[in-house]
Design a protein around this ligand. Structure first.
Ligand code: SF4
Length: 107
């Protein structure tokens, strides 16, 4: 896929799992604001800086963030896995603070 202009749709901050953020599949990154914009944009991790928009961004276009995420998960056949994550009660914020605590204690 070739690089595209970012549509700032927010789906890549919700749908994929992001190991660098301990962000589980299908759950919103704790840094994602209500307007689907990154609240930590200046200090976002390298994985977010490196992410390149591509044709998938056009393919998952939809009027709502929820619909875009659903289309992303369907594209990669990950909806069942994302549903299991949601049922587990795991949250990105919990994962985020657990990671922060691990880092704090390792210093
Ligand atoms: S840190 Fe910002 S850019 Fe990266 S996933 Fe979270 S909200 Fe998106």
């Amino acid at each position: 896929m070739s690089a595209r202009e970012c549509t700032q749709c927010g789906a890549c901050c919700v749908a994929p799992d992001i190991a660098a953020l301990d962000k589980p599949l299908g759950l919103a990154c704790p840094h994602l604001g209500p307007d689907a914009r990154c609240l930590a944009y200046q200090s976002r991790p390298q994985v977010c800086r490196d992410y390149q928009a591509d044709e998938l961004c056009d393919r998952i276009a939809a009027p709502t963030l929820e619909a875009r995420v659903a289309k992303y998960l369907a594209h990669f056949e990950l909806q069942a896995e994302a549903d299991a994550v949601a049922r587990s009660g795991l949250t990105s914020r919990a994962a985020f603070f657990a990671r922060k605590a691990r880092l704090d204690t390792s210093r």
